[in-house]
Design a protein around this ligand. Structure first.
Ligand SMILES: [Zn+2]
Length: 92
């Protein structure tokens, strides 16, 4: 953890930590994944400037490792979607 952070706007060095959570999670841009990660923000306690944002689970954005860890689940979702697409094509 970085210490002695200073707000570039007002110079205050009392930096608090905030959390975007629940529905405000960050998700990988690939829509294939539905799981998100919470986002932590460093916030200046004087002027409210957000110094930085970071996700709590950065490994979720590493596509290949995430795939290996969740292979079974991802493949199930993938084939389910293929089935849905196939059904839609057959209807038309
Ligand atoms: Zn500030």
């Amino acid at each position: 953890m970085e210490k002695n952070k200073e707000c570039p706007i007002c110079g205050c060095n009392e930096i608090g930590e905030g959390l975007f959570s629940g529905y405000a999670t960050m998700k990988p841009t690939n829509k294939f994944f539905t799981l998100g990660s919470n986002v932590v923000a460093d916030v200046c306690t004087k002027c409210g400037h957000i110094l930085s944002l970071r996700v709590t689970d950065p490994e979720k954005f590493k596509w290949f490792e995430f795939f290996l860890k969740n292979k079974k689940c991802i493949l199930q979702v993938f084939f389910k979607r293929l089935y849905i697409i196939d059904t839609i094509i057959n209807i038309q």
